[in-house]
Design a protein. Structure first.
Length: 171
């Protein structure tokens, strides 16, 4: 591998050469599989903007509920029992999720190592996948099965696309 393409992460992350991808742990000239290649950086950036946009939509609603708002709580949660502390914790998690997904896609350069951003994005994908499954098979309402489960499954898929982004190597 040429010296100008070397990086400490080259054994895990591919380096594009024209139309082919050569991985650091492969022999020169050997084709990489589609999964080892990951996704294109442009696709990862688009997916990251969609995830960040979906998460940002929930920000004003969470602030409203955390400050004592009651409109729509029974429809969303199923009861009028939403503790403000839990909503603030959820809001902080949403904001951290936005930073992590934008950082992993290389949109927002933050001083975290790439593995932290990758682990955070994979964790978000796992969380959204679990939420989607829970809304489908759990004892939930109709809107949870028809509305919340597909949205969570979509966010899970988009987070997987962002997590498989080979272009961003971190700090």
């Amino acid at each position: 591998m040429p010296a100008d393409l070397w990086s400490p992460y080259s054994h895990r992350v591919g380096v594009r050469e024209g139309e082919r991808m050569v991985l650091g742990n492969q022999f020169e000239g050997q084709e990489a599989t589609e999964f080892a290649r990951g996704v294109s950086p442009d696709k990862a950036r688009r997916a990251a903007w969609i995830v960040a946009g979906f998460l940002a939509i929930f920000t004003p609603l969470n602030v409203y509920y955390a400050l004592g708002g009651k409109w729509g709580v029974v429809w969303v949660v199923g009861c009028d029992c939403l503790p403000a502390a839990a909503v603030w914790v959820q809001q902080v998690a949403i904001l951290v999720g936005i930073v992590i997904v934008l950082g992993r896609a290389g949109i927002w350069r933050i001083g975290l190592p790439g593995w932290v951003l990758a682990a955070g994005t994979w964790g978000m994908a796992g969380t959204f996948g679990a939420v989607s499954l829970w809304n489908l098979v759990g004892d939930n309402s109709l809107q949870a099965r028809i509305l919340f489960a597909p949205v969570a499954a979509t966010l899970c898929g988009l987070c997987v696309i962002v997590a498989r982004n080979p272009a961003f190597r971190g700090r």
